[in-house]
Design a protein around this ligand. Structure first.
Ligand code: NAP
Length: 345
Protein backbone atom coordinates (compact mmCIF):
# COMPACT_ATOMS: atom_id res chain seq x y z
CA UNK A 1 0.00 0.00 0.00
CA UNK A 2 1.24 3.53 -0.79
CA UNK A 3 2.29 5.64 2.19
CA UNK A 4 0.21 8.80 2.76
CA UNK A 5 1.85 11.82 1.08
CA UNK A 6 2.26 13.64 4.42
CA UNK A 7 4.55 10.85 5.65
CA UNK A 8 6.50 10.74 2.37
CA UNK A 9 7.15 14.51 2.34
CA UNK A 10 10.55 14.38 4.05
CA UNK A 11 11.69 11.18 2.35
CA UNK A 12 14.40 11.13 -0.33
CA UNK A 13 13.28 10.43 -3.87
CA UNK A 14 14.58 7.44 -5.82
CA UNK A 15 16.33 9.02 -8.85
CA UNK A 16 15.00 6.16 -10.97
CA UNK A 17 11.46 7.49 -10.36
CA UNK A 18 12.24 11.05 -11.51
CA UNK A 19 10.87 11.72 -15.02
CA UNK A 20 13.50 11.90 -17.75
CA UNK A 21 13.69 13.92 -20.98
CA UNK A 22 14.91 12.14 -24.07
CA UNK A 23 17.10 14.44 -26.18
CA UNK A 24 17.45 14.17 -29.94
CA UNK A 25 20.70 12.27 -29.41
CA UNK A 26 18.83 9.54 -27.52
CA UNK A 27 20.46 10.56 -24.21
CA UNK A 28 18.24 11.07 -21.19
CA UNK A 29 18.34 14.03 -18.80
CA UNK A 30 16.49 14.25 -15.46
CA UNK A 31 13.40 16.45 -15.97
CA UNK A 32 14.33 18.64 -12.98
CA UNK A 33 17.68 20.09 -11.97
CA UNK A 34 18.95 22.18 -9.08
CA UNK A 35 19.77 25.80 -10.00
CA UNK A 36 23.03 27.16 -8.56
CA UNK A 37 22.82 30.94 -9.11
CA UNK A 38 22.81 32.59 -5.69
CA UNK A 39 21.27 35.85 -7.03
CA UNK A 40 24.29 37.80 -5.70
CA UNK A 41 23.44 37.09 -2.05
CA UNK A 42 23.79 33.37 -1.30
CA UNK A 43 27.38 32.30 -0.56
CA UNK A 44 29.16 29.75 -2.74
CA UNK A 45 29.75 27.45 0.25
CA UNK A 46 26.03 27.37 1.06
CA UNK A 47 25.16 26.51 -2.54
CA UNK A 48 27.83 23.79 -2.69
CA UNK A 49 26.46 22.29 0.53
CA UNK A 50 23.00 22.28 -1.05
CA UNK A 51 24.34 20.49 -4.14
CA UNK A 52 25.86 17.74 -1.99
CA UNK A 53 22.77 17.31 0.14
CA UNK A 54 20.40 17.55 -2.85
CA UNK A 55 22.25 14.60 -4.41
CA UNK A 56 21.70 12.66 -1.21
CA UNK A 57 17.92 13.19 -1.48
CA UNK A 58 17.78 12.20 -5.16
CA UNK A 59 18.85 15.11 -7.42
CA UNK A 60 21.11 14.08 -10.28
CA UNK A 61 20.95 17.21 -12.48
CA UNK A 62 22.79 20.45 -11.59
CA UNK A 63 22.67 23.69 -13.56
CA UNK A 64 26.00 25.54 -13.21
CA UNK A 65 27.71 28.49 -14.91
CA UNK A 66 31.13 30.12 -14.73
CA UNK A 67 29.57 33.50 -13.96
CA UNK A 68 27.87 32.20 -10.82
CA UNK A 69 31.35 32.24 -9.26
CA UNK A 70 30.93 28.97 -7.40
CA UNK A 71 31.99 26.17 -9.75
CA UNK A 72 35.14 25.40 -7.71
CA UNK A 73 33.08 24.90 -4.53
CA UNK A 74 30.49 22.87 -6.46
CA UNK A 75 33.34 20.77 -7.87
CA UNK A 76 34.31 19.72 -4.34
CA UNK A 77 30.69 18.89 -3.59
CA UNK A 78 30.44 16.76 -6.74
CA UNK A 79 33.58 14.87 -5.72
CA UNK A 80 31.93 14.08 -2.39
CA UNK A 81 28.77 12.97 -4.20
CA UNK A 82 30.72 10.57 -6.39
CA UNK A 83 32.73 9.28 -3.44
CA UNK A 84 29.44 8.52 -1.71
CA UNK A 85 28.71 6.06 -4.52
CA UNK A 86 26.90 8.04 -7.25
CA UNK A 87 28.55 7.19 -10.59
CA UNK A 88 29.56 10.06 -12.90
CA UNK A 89 27.23 8.66 -15.61
CA UNK A 90 24.25 9.06 -13.29
CA UNK A 91 24.87 12.81 -13.00
CA UNK A 92 23.81 15.50 -15.47
CA UNK A 93 26.08 18.54 -15.20
CA UNK A 94 25.49 21.69 -17.25
CA UNK A 95 27.75 24.73 -17.43
CA UNK A 96 27.72 27.91 -19.50
CA UNK A 97 30.12 30.13 -21.38
CA UNK A 98 30.03 33.70 -20.05
CA UNK A 99 29.64 36.72 -22.31
CA UNK A 100 33.22 37.95 -21.90
CA UNK A 101 34.58 34.70 -23.35
CA UNK A 102 33.11 34.84 -26.88
CA UNK A 103 36.51 35.57 -28.47
CA UNK A 104 37.59 32.66 -30.68
CA UNK A 105 40.67 32.07 -28.56
CA UNK A 106 38.73 32.31 -25.30
CA UNK A 107 35.99 29.68 -25.68
CA UNK A 108 38.02 26.51 -25.16
CA UNK A 109 40.06 27.89 -22.22
CA UNK A 110 36.84 29.10 -20.55
CA UNK A 111 35.29 25.66 -20.98
CA UNK A 112 38.44 23.95 -19.64
CA UNK A 113 38.38 26.24 -16.59
CA UNK A 114 34.78 25.18 -15.81
CA UNK A 115 35.72 21.54 -16.31
CA UNK A 116 38.70 21.91 -13.94
CA UNK A 117 36.68 23.83 -11.37
CA UNK A 118 33.91 21.25 -11.46
CA UNK A 119 36.59 18.50 -11.21
CA UNK A 120 35.09 16.58 -14.11
CA UNK A 121 36.51 15.13 -17.30
CA UNK A 122 33.42 15.87 -19.39
CA UNK A 123 30.22 17.91 -19.14
CA UNK A 124 26.77 16.70 -20.13
CA UNK A 125 25.73 20.05 -21.57
CA UNK A 126 27.55 23.30 -22.33
CA UNK A 127 25.52 26.38 -23.21
CA UNK A 128 26.32 29.79 -24.60
CA UNK A 129 24.85 31.78 -21.69
CA UNK A 130 23.71 34.81 -23.76
CA UNK A 131 23.86 35.39 -27.53
CA UNK A 132 25.69 38.69 -26.94
CA UNK A 133 29.37 39.16 -26.02
CA UNK A 134 28.39 42.07 -23.79
CA UNK A 135 29.93 42.01 -20.38
CA UNK A 136 29.26 44.18 -17.38
CA UNK A 137 30.94 44.49 -14.02
CA UNK A 138 29.10 42.79 -11.14
CA UNK A 139 26.51 44.97 -9.42
CA UNK A 140 26.39 47.77 -12.06
CA UNK A 141 23.14 49.69 -12.58
CA UNK A 142 20.81 48.40 -15.28
CA UNK A 143 21.38 51.60 -17.25
CA UNK A 144 25.08 50.82 -17.60
CA UNK A 145 26.40 49.72 -21.02
CA UNK A 146 29.81 48.30 -21.89
CA UNK A 147 31.68 50.63 -24.29
CA UNK A 148 32.27 47.78 -26.70
CA UNK A 149 28.75 46.29 -26.43
CA UNK A 150 27.50 44.74 -29.68
CA UNK A 151 24.18 43.63 -31.18
CA UNK A 152 23.69 39.99 -32.18
CA UNK A 153 26.11 39.20 -35.00
CA UNK A 154 25.37 35.78 -36.37
CA UNK A 155 28.82 35.19 -37.90
CA UNK A 156 30.39 35.84 -34.49
CA UNK A 157 27.91 33.57 -32.73
CA UNK A 158 28.73 30.81 -35.22
CA UNK A 159 32.44 31.20 -34.49
CA UNK A 160 31.65 30.49 -30.84
CA UNK A 161 29.37 27.60 -31.84
CA UNK A 162 32.14 26.01 -33.97
CA UNK A 163 34.32 25.94 -30.86
CA UNK A 164 31.54 24.22 -28.92
CA UNK A 165 31.23 21.71 -31.78
CA UNK A 166 34.95 21.00 -31.52
CA UNK A 167 34.56 20.34 -27.76
CA UNK A 168 31.78 17.88 -28.58
CA UNK A 169 33.95 16.23 -31.26
CA UNK A 170 36.63 15.66 -28.62
CA UNK A 171 34.16 14.07 -26.23
CA UNK A 172 34.66 16.84 -23.67
CA UNK A 173 30.98 17.69 -23.73
CA UNK A 174 28.11 15.35 -24.62
CA UNK A 175 25.65 18.04 -25.77
CA UNK A 176 25.85 21.70 -26.69
CA UNK A 177 23.09 24.23 -26.47
CA UNK A 178 21.88 27.78 -26.18
CA UNK A 179 20.37 30.09 -23.61
CA UNK A 180 18.35 33.29 -23.87
CA UNK A 181 17.77 32.75 -27.59
CA UNK A 182 14.82 33.79 -29.74
CA UNK A 183 13.10 32.04 -32.65
CA UNK A 184 14.84 34.05 -35.42
CA UNK A 185 18.25 33.50 -33.84
CA UNK A 186 17.58 29.77 -33.40
CA UNK A 187 16.45 29.51 -37.04
CA UNK A 188 19.84 30.81 -38.18
CA UNK A 189 21.68 28.49 -35.82
CA UNK A 190 19.66 25.47 -36.98
CA UNK A 191 20.46 26.42 -40.59
CA UNK A 192 24.19 26.68 -39.97
CA UNK A 193 25.04 24.27 -37.14
CA UNK A 194 26.86 21.02 -37.84
CA UNK A 195 25.87 19.80 -34.37
CA UNK A 196 22.37 20.97 -33.50
CA UNK A 197 21.56 22.47 -30.10
CA UNK A 198 20.13 19.84 -27.73
CA UNK A 199 18.57 22.35 -25.34
CA UNK A 200 17.70 26.02 -24.96
CA UNK A 201 17.68 27.44 -21.45
CA UNK A 202 14.99 30.09 -21.23
CA UNK A 203 12.91 31.91 -18.63
CA UNK A 204 9.73 29.88 -18.03
CA UNK A 205 7.19 30.18 -15.21
CA UNK A 206 3.38 30.41 -15.07
CA UNK A 207 3.40 34.19 -15.69
CA UNK A 208 5.92 33.84 -18.53
CA UNK A 209 5.15 30.75 -20.57
CA UNK A 210 6.71 31.78 -23.93
CA UNK A 211 4.39 29.44 -25.87
CA UNK A 212 5.77 30.26 -29.36
CA UNK A 213 9.42 29.76 -28.40
CA UNK A 214 8.55 26.68 -26.34
CA UNK A 215 6.67 25.11 -29.28
CA UNK A 216 9.41 26.07 -31.74
CA UNK A 217 12.07 24.45 -29.56
CA UNK A 218 10.09 21.24 -29.07
CA UNK A 219 9.25 21.01 -32.80
CA UNK A 220 12.96 21.25 -33.58
CA UNK A 221 14.16 18.66 -31.08
CA UNK A 222 15.50 21.29 -28.68
CA UNK A 223 14.64 20.57 -25.03
CA UNK A 224 13.43 23.71 -23.22
CA UNK A 225 15.17 24.09 -19.85
CA UNK A 226 13.14 26.49 -17.72
CA UNK A 227 14.99 28.99 -15.57
CA UNK A 228 13.45 31.02 -12.73
CA UNK A 229 10.63 28.43 -12.62
CA UNK A 230 9.22 29.84 -9.38
CA UNK A 231 9.39 33.43 -10.64
CA UNK A 232 12.76 34.02 -8.97
CA UNK A 233 11.34 35.63 -5.80
CA UNK A 234 14.87 36.42 -4.49
CA UNK A 235 16.31 37.76 -7.77
CA UNK A 236 18.83 40.62 -7.65
CA UNK A 237 17.53 44.19 -7.36
CA UNK A 238 18.71 44.94 -10.91
CA UNK A 239 16.22 42.37 -12.19
CA UNK A 240 13.17 43.98 -10.53
CA UNK A 241 10.80 46.48 -12.09
CA UNK A 242 7.57 47.88 -10.61
CA UNK A 243 5.31 46.10 -13.11
CA UNK A 244 6.65 42.60 -12.33
CA UNK A 245 4.01 40.14 -11.18
CA UNK A 246 4.50 37.38 -8.58
CA UNK A 247 3.69 33.83 -9.69
CA UNK A 248 3.55 32.36 -6.18
CA UNK A 249 0.94 34.95 -5.16
CA UNK A 250 -1.32 34.31 -8.16
CA UNK A 251 -4.76 33.26 -6.82
CA UNK A 252 -4.91 30.32 -9.25
CA UNK A 253 -1.53 28.99 -8.06
CA UNK A 254 -2.37 29.67 -4.41
CA UNK A 255 -5.68 27.87 -4.69
CA UNK A 256 -4.21 24.79 -6.38
CA UNK A 257 -1.39 24.73 -3.79
CA UNK A 258 -3.92 24.75 -0.95
CA UNK A 259 -5.78 21.85 -2.57
CA UNK A 260 -2.55 19.83 -2.82
CA UNK A 261 -1.30 20.90 0.62
CA UNK A 262 2.00 22.29 -0.72
CA UNK A 263 3.74 25.67 -1.12
CA UNK A 264 2.78 27.57 -4.33
CA UNK A 265 6.41 27.16 -5.49
CA UNK A 266 5.84 23.41 -5.69
CA UNK A 267 2.86 23.93 -8.01
CA UNK A 268 5.05 26.01 -10.35
CA UNK A 269 7.52 23.10 -10.50
CA UNK A 270 4.81 20.49 -11.04
CA UNK A 271 3.26 22.53 -13.85
CA UNK A 272 6.67 22.94 -15.51
CA UNK A 273 7.49 19.23 -15.48
CA UNK A 274 4.03 18.20 -16.65
CA UNK A 275 4.06 20.78 -19.44
CA UNK A 276 7.31 19.29 -20.78
CA UNK A 277 10.07 21.72 -19.88
CA UNK A 278 12.91 20.94 -17.48
CA UNK A 279 12.75 23.36 -14.54
CA UNK A 280 15.90 24.12 -12.57
CA UNK A 281 14.60 25.67 -9.32
CA UNK A 282 17.16 27.16 -6.96
CA UNK A 283 17.06 26.50 -3.24
CA UNK A 284 19.53 25.94 -0.44
CA UNK A 285 16.88 24.70 2.00
CA UNK A 286 16.40 20.96 2.16
CA UNK A 287 12.70 21.27 2.86
CA UNK A 288 12.26 23.30 -0.32
CA UNK A 289 14.54 21.47 -2.76
CA UNK A 290 13.18 18.15 -1.60
CA UNK A 291 9.58 19.38 -2.02
CA UNK A 292 10.48 20.50 -5.56
CA UNK A 293 11.92 17.08 -6.40
CA UNK A 294 8.95 15.28 -4.82
CA UNK A 295 6.70 17.45 -6.99
CA UNK A 296 7.91 15.46 -10.00
CA UNK A 297 6.85 12.07 -8.61
CA UNK A 298 3.82 12.71 -6.33
CA UNK A 299 0.27 13.82 -6.83
CA UNK A 300 0.15 15.19 -10.42
CA UNK A 301 -1.92 18.20 -11.42
CA UNK A 302 -5.23 17.39 -13.09
CA UNK A 303 -5.96 18.39 -16.68
CA UNK A 304 -8.23 21.13 -15.33
CA UNK A 305 -5.43 22.45 -13.10
CA UNK A 306 -2.98 22.40 -16.03
CA UNK A 307 -5.52 24.33 -18.13
CA UNK A 308 -6.13 26.85 -15.33
CA UNK A 309 -2.37 27.55 -15.10
CA UNK A 310 -2.03 27.80 -18.89
CA UNK A 311 -4.61 30.61 -18.70
CA UNK A 312 -2.65 32.83 -16.26
CA UNK A 313 0.25 33.61 -18.61
CA UNK A 314 0.98 37.35 -18.32
CA UNK A 315 3.95 37.57 -20.69
CA UNK A 316 5.82 38.93 -17.67
CA UNK A 317 9.53 38.59 -18.40
CA UNK A 318 11.53 39.06 -15.19
CA UNK A 319 15.10 38.72 -16.45
CA UNK A 320 15.02 41.49 -19.04
CA UNK A 321 18.78 41.60 -19.60
CA UNK A 322 19.05 45.42 -19.81
CA UNK A 323 22.80 45.39 -19.11
CA UNK A 324 23.39 43.44 -22.33
CA UNK A 325 21.90 46.14 -24.60
CA UNK A 326 24.32 47.77 -27.01
CA UNK A 327 22.96 51.32 -27.35
CA UNK A 328 22.04 53.97 -24.80
CA UNK A 329 18.34 54.58 -24.38
CA UNK A 330 17.38 51.30 -26.05
CA UNK A 331 14.30 49.41 -24.81
CA UNK A 332 15.10 46.01 -23.28
CA UNK A 333 12.66 44.39 -25.72
CA UNK A 334 15.37 44.83 -28.40
CA UNK A 335 17.22 41.87 -26.86
CA UNK A 336 14.27 39.58 -27.44
CA UNK A 337 13.35 40.12 -31.14
CA UNK A 338 9.71 40.71 -30.21
CA UNK A 339 8.72 41.49 -33.82
CA UNK A 340 9.93 38.09 -34.98
CA UNK A 341 13.04 39.52 -36.68
CA UNK A 342 16.51 39.93 -35.24
CA UNK A 343 16.72 43.53 -33.99
CA UNK A 344 18.94 45.44 -36.43
CA UNK A 345 22.14 47.08 -35.10
N1 NAP B 1 20.42 30.85 -18.32
C1 NAP B 1 20.20 31.96 -17.66
O1 NAP B 1 20.43 33.08 -18.16
C2 NAP B 1 19.65 31.89 -16.27
C3 NAP B 1 19.07 33.04 -15.69
C4 NAP B 1 18.54 32.95 -14.41
C5 NAP B 1 18.60 31.73 -13.72
N2 NAP B 1 19.19 30.64 -14.29
C6 NAP B 1 19.26 29.34 -13.58
O2 NAP B 1 17.96 29.03 -13.09
C7 NAP B 1 18.04 28.75 -11.69
C8 NAP B 1 16.71 29.07 -11.00
O3 NAP B 1 16.30 30.39 -11.21
P1 NAP B 1 16.27 31.49 -10.03
O4 NAP B 1 17.31 31.15 -9.04
O5 NAP B 1 16.31 32.81 -10.71
O6 NAP B 1 14.81 31.42 -9.43
P2 NAP B 1 13.72 30.32 -8.94
O7 NAP B 1 14.27 28.97 -8.98
O8 NAP B 1 12.48 30.64 -9.69
O9 NAP B 1 13.47 30.81 -7.45
C9 NAP B 1 14.38 30.52 -6.42
C10 NAP B 1 13.80 31.05 -5.11
O10 NAP B 1 12.63 30.30 -4.77
C11 NAP B 1 12.72 29.84 -3.42
N3 NAP B 1 12.17 28.47 -3.38
C12 NAP B 1 12.62 27.38 -4.08
N4 NAP B 1 11.86 26.30 -3.82
C13 NAP B 1 10.92 26.69 -2.92
C14 NAP B 1 9.87 26.01 -2.27
N5 NAP B 1 9.62 24.72 -2.50
N6 NAP B 1 9.11 26.72 -1.38
C15 NAP B 1 9.35 28.02 -1.16
N7 NAP B 1 10.33 28.73 -1.76
C16 NAP B 1 11.13 28.06 -2.64
C17 NAP B 1 14.20 29.84 -3.08
O11 NAP B 1 14.38 30.17 -1.72
P3 NAP B 1 15.16 29.19 -0.66
O12 NAP B 1 16.59 29.10 -1.10
O13 NAP B 1 14.92 29.92 0.60
O14 NAP B 1 14.44 27.86 -0.75
C18 NAP B 1 14.75 30.97 -3.95
O15 NAP B 1 14.68 32.22 -3.28
C19 NAP B 1 19.23 29.59 -11.24
O16 NAP B 1 19.70 29.21 -9.96
C20 NAP B 1 20.20 29.33 -12.37
O17 NAP B 1 20.79 28.05 -12.22
C21 NAP B 1 19.69 30.70 -15.56
Amino acid sequence: MNEPLSRQAGQPVDPAQVPQRRLYTGATMPAIGLGTFGSDHVAAAEIAAAVKDAASVGYRHFDCAAVYGNEAQIGHALQDVMQSGVAREELWITSKLWNDMHGEADVVPAFMQSLRDLQLDYLDLYLIHWPFPNHHAPGVSVASRADDAQPYIHANYMRVWRRLESLADQGLVRHIGTSNMTIPKLKLLLRDARIRPAANEMELHPHFQQPELFDFAVANGIQPIGYSPIGSPARPERDRTPDDTVDIEDPVIVEIAARHGVHPAVICVKWAVQRGQTPIPFSTKRRNYLANLRATVDDPLTDDEMRAIAAIDKNNRLIKGQVFLWKNGQPWEDLWDVDGEITPP
